[in-house]
Design a protein around this ligand. Structure first.
Ligand SMILES: Cc1ncc(COP(=O)(O)O)c(C=O)c1O
Length: 377
């Protein structure tokens, strides 16, 4: 039997009656844009993120738009540099360019794929206007070190927590370190909408009202625009769906974590060694939520293992095959292959395996046996 990388039907089907009941008042009341359903969802999310009353949890149209909105609210002089890793989903660097800023890449740590704080300080100059660390695959970057450096240089931080809603570092939940944080509710995330949606978290009371205005074209009173913002609103129907699903999120995180330990047990049983296939690690001080379960396939065998799993019907994916500094659209920045060796090496070894909450233990066993049969040939 094939094992899918992700099966959203298993997650959503049991909740359908509850979700339809939550959508009904929105449809009957025709309040499709913002309104009480959105503010109720924002309130529940603020509690989930353990925010204080001065902080803001703002429902927006996508994780990308949350990042763009944060950069726009910071009003940084055009041409200044904003730091991010070269190994992440495109939008992290894309929004920096779209905000009229210069993307400045800093390499990642090999074991977490997150921004390497030991390489950060050297990249900071007079031109640096801020830092966007990414919490990749469900694990937080080393925010103790990154915030220490950012604070010392008085630089704003935007956390890209699009893949890591609810993950923790030193028991502090994502969203509570930086000035702003972006969250994505893209359907494949641990909390997924029925389409695009996202959230902006702000811990900048001085920019709170501005961020709220900029979600709606910088509008204060009707047709009075204080800033140029955008249409960054979340749909009320998405907020209704997410309000239902949010209640199950802690349980789903735990199910993903159990699946990760079940992988470890199976790899040990089947004698698949770390020097063949490196399992993801949960760094000390971190609480991983496994949005993705990404192994590193050693000895140059990644593409062959991928082909083997494809042939066996085992879902898998390469996140990400090409680092951002060598993407065609960023050639103008002048980077070249070899500039970020850790990121480039990761691109050649990573392979994501199925980890969604509703995968069965039998299916995980099947994935591991398919991997084992690859090494036994
Ligand atoms: C690391 C990272 N940053 C940003 C985004 C952008 O989020 P969205 O797809 O909601 O715009 C994503 C989503 O895929 C992501 O994984």
């Amino acid at each position: 039997m094939p094992v899918p990388l992700l099966d959203l039907t298993r997650e959503n089907q049991p909740l359908l009656a509850e979700i339809q009941a939550a959508m009904q008042p929105v449809i009957e009341g025709s309040q499709f844009i913002l309104g009480k359903v959105v503010s109720d969802f924002e309130q529940s999310a603020a509690e989930y993120f353990e925010l204080s009353p001065d902080d803001l949890a703002l429902g927006v149209s996508s994780g990308t738009d949350a990042q763009l909105l944060a950069l726009m609210a910071l009003e940084i002089d055009a041409g200044k540099e904003f730091i991010c890793p070269p190994y992440t989903f495109f939008s992290t660097a894309g929004v920096i360019a779209r905000a009229g800023l210069k993307v400045k890449f800093v390499d990642i740590e090999p074991e977490t794929y997150n921004l390497d704080p030991s390489k950060l300080e050297d990249a900071i100059s007079e031109e640096t206007a801020g830092i966007m660390p990414v919490h990749l695959y469900g694990q937080l970057a080393d925010m103790t070190s990154i915030m220490e450096i950012a604070n010392r240089h008085d630089l704003p931080v935007i956390e890209d927590a699009c893949q890591s809603m609810g993950a923790r570092h030193k028991n502090i939940v994502s969203g509570n370190f930086g000035d702003f944080t972006s969250i994505s509710f893209f359907p494949t995330k641990n909390l997924g909408a029925f389409g695009d949606a996202g959230m902006l978290i702000s811990k900048r009371p001085d920019l709170r009202e501005k961020a709220i205005r900029m979600r709606v074209h910088g509008m204060k009173d009707r047709y009075e625009h204080l800033e140029v913002g955008g249409n960054f609103r979340i749909d009320a129907l998405q907020a209704a769906i997410l309000s239902v699903k949010l209640k199950y999120l802690p349980e789903w995180h735990e199910m993903r974590r159990k699946n990760a330990s079940y992988y470890a047990k199976n790899f040990a049983d089947l004698k698949i060694e770390q020097n063949q296939l490196e399992q993801p690690i949960e760094k000390k001080d971190n609480w991983h939520i496994y949005n993705q379960y990404v192994v590193r396939v050693k000895e140059g065998k990644r593409d062959a293992l991928k082909a083997h799993l494809d042939a066996a019907g085992i879902g898998n994916m390469i996140y990400y095959p090409t680092p951002l500094h060598t993407q065609p659209c960023f050639q103008y920045l002048g980077y070249k292959a070899g500039d970020f060796p850790v990121a480039e090496h990761a691109c050649t070894e990573v392979l994501a395996l199925p980890i969604h909450p509703f995968i069965t233990q039998d299916e995980i066993r099947q994935v591991c046996e398919a991997i084992s049969s690859f090494y036994k040939v």
